[in-house]
Design a protein around this ligand. Structure first.
Ligand code: NAP
Length: 358
């Protein structure tokens, strides 16, 4: 059985060994001290997160009659946005099956309705704490100090996604989806023949800029230093692209326009000099952060915070699966997230089947 950072990854055929392993003395005491949860039933599956990955997992587990509970997050929170990042976009043209495209929130509304149609229970709360050291696993949605988990689950599917880091400057929030974007693959097409800026100096910024250069009339990369963080190969590609220009040592201090982007205000970090650049689009590509704080110290993560999965969607804790952007910093598309949500559902279903057999 492979060991990873002190935890055991169990192949499905050896699940019974893991599940029948006696609790140690400390675990027994803690388990005995637990008070009954608000919801007495032990759920087969609790899904944390409600973007394309979480809701696809909900559709599949609901159709497998596992009566999943989806903790979808709270609307007031940026990192726990119910419906995920697509709720912050406008038109989605690359999700297969929608010939004329579909609005992001409408697409997620359909995912949600489809999951509910098959019996998924969706609650608009935020998971505040999880305990993966006991079986069944504990999930809290209330105060983290409480000894009592709100829900108990035989398996958990983590689909808490990632969030784009934002500049936090005036105009950015207001114009998100109206010229401000964090996804060239999603929105590049809308900027055909128009001038745009990309903010950032890493691989994401250069990748977005190179992709956008196929559509835009010009792409200006605004970077706060004069050295790029991106890999050499990406630098070479961007620097040799005739449509891409650079503005070094500069930061965007405001996104301008109403009701859509008409320009950005840029400041030189050395001289303090400010000027306005007229553009139709502002792509923010200063990195992403996975929403994994909840699992710190319990699930294996990469240095960047993304959850480590494999084989399939398994994490290092048997019975806990992860799908979508929380474990994928490479593809980050709605369709790939949905696909991995399906995988997580099937993995969880097989895990529960093996559990029932022993
Ligand atoms: P990143 O490497 O962390 O780069 C972020 C960039 O944004 C940096 O240049 C940073 O500037 C800048 N930045 C950060 N905060 C800023 C702010 N508040 N205002 C202005 N600029 C700001 O993030 P990433 O580009 O998303 O890449 C993340 C990881 O994924 C990396 O390991 C990358 O190699 C990988 N990745 C790979 C590919 C590929 O291989 N095709 C594509 C995308 C991403 P400083 O440089 O001054 O810190």
């Amino acid at each position: 059985m492979p060991e990873e950072q002190g935890r055991t990854i169990a192949p499905l055929d050896s699940l019974s060994e893991v599940l029948s392993a006696p609790l140690d003395a400390e675990q027994r005491t803690e388990a005995a001290e637990r008070r009954p949860p608000r919801d007495q039933a032990v759920r087969d599956v609790v899904i944390v997160g409600s973007g394309p990955a979480g809701l696809t997992a909900a559709i599949y587990t609901a159709r497998a009659d596992l009566q999943p509970l989806v903790i979808e997050g709270e609307p007031s929170s940026t990192s726990d946005q119910p419906g995920g990042q697509l709720m912050l976009t406008t038109e989605v043209e690359n999700f297969p099956g929608f010939v004329q495209g579909v609005m992001g929130p409408e697409l997620m509304g359909s995912f949600r309705a489809q999951a509910e149609r098959f019996g998924a229970q969706i609650i608009t709360e935020r998971a505040t704490r999880v305990d993966l050291s006991h079986r069944p696993f504990g999930i809290w949605t209330g105060p983290v100090e409480s000894d009592t988990p709100t829900y108990l689950a035989r398996s958990i599917i983590v689909a808490t996604g990632a969030r784009s880091l934002m500049l936090g400057v005036p105009g950015e929030d207001r114009l998100l989806g109206h010229g401000v974007s964090t996804c060239a693959t999603c929105d590049g097409f809308f900027f055909r023949g128009q001038p745009i800026v990309v903010v950032g100096g890493g691989d994401s910024a250069l990748e977005e800029a190179i992709f956008l250069s196929k559509f835009a009339s010009s792409v200006l990369i605004i970077h706060r230093r004069k050295e790029l963080r991106a890999s050499k190969i990406m630098q070479d590609r961007a620097l040799s692209n005739p449509k891409i220009a650079f503005r070094w040592d500069s930061v965007v201090t405001e996104v301008l326009g109403d009701p859509k982007v008409s320009g950005v205000r840029v400041q030189d970090v050395h001289t303090g000099e400010v000027d306005d650049i007229a553009v139709d689009g502002c792509f923010v590509a200063i990195g992403h952060a996975p929403n994994t704080t909840l699992f710190t110290g319990q699930l294996d993560m990469e240095e960047s915070g993304y959850l480590v999965t494999g084989p399939g969607t398994r994490t290092n804790v048997s019975g806990v699966f992860a799908c979508g952007d929380v474990q994928d910093h490479v593809y980050r598309q709605a369709i790939t997230a949905a696909g991995s949500g399906c995988m997580a559902a099937i993995d969880a279903e097989r895990y529960l089947e093996a559990l029932a057999e022993h």
